[in-house]
Design a protein around this ligand. Sequence first.
Ligand code: DGL
Length: 274
Amino acid sequence: MDCGLPVGVFDSGVGGLTVAKEIMSRLPGERILYYGDTARVPYGSKSKETVTEYSRQITKFLISQGVKVVVVACNTASALAVDTMRKEFDLPIIDVVEPGARTAAGVTRNGSIGVIGTEGTIRSGMYNKHIYNISPELNVFGKACPLFVPLVEEGWIYDSVTREVARRYLGEFRGKDVDSLVLGCTHYPLLSNLIRDVVQEVLGGGVTLVNPAVETAKCLKQLLTERGELNSSPEVPEHRFYVSDGAEKFRSFANSILPCNVIETKNVAIKTFE
Ligand code: DGL
């Protein structure tokens, strides 16, 4: 496979940009082709069948654009759809849950891990499954935090309302003695400063936040290196961004968090990729 081909990355919306950002910093030669399914966000409250169908359509679109690998930069799609996608598609597919689980299992000192994510991710039990596979002695406590996604999409990243919501959600971990907390939704790293503050307030010090995006980017680098497909060109890559709705809003959000200048975001009618 030509190492100059782009890396396909997708999410239900802007959250996957936190993964794209890590990829840009660790694999600076790679060209990213990002799809944000902004018309159908959130995925977190939808069924496995629906999320799988949406993920299938987006993967078909990314393949039609000639990507060499697909990074599922959405925990919900990783938890609900990736097993099916790997059976259906003939190219490497990287998810965010397995790398996140591996990091959490490596980081915990007392064996008690908290996971926050969407309803779909927490209900799927995929973090628990991967963490128990690594070590059955570890304890995993999950908590769905569905309000975080719309608060991030609204840009209320340092807002007092978001802080109060975080107090309620994270207060559920009191008495569980968690020493590591997985940000099991790609939107949550955008709230990491606020979450860190609130964790300190309601659970005390010594809790490490785990951002699965970091390990996911490392996984991608390893995979591309093993396959001889890593693009180490010194040229600055031209990333491309596609959405299913609200291209301009997405573009300005992307510019607020990415290290590159997003000049254009295009709408793509994803339903045509059946
Ligand atoms: N980005 C999604 C995830 O990581 C959350 C947003 C949604 O519910 O679609 O699970």
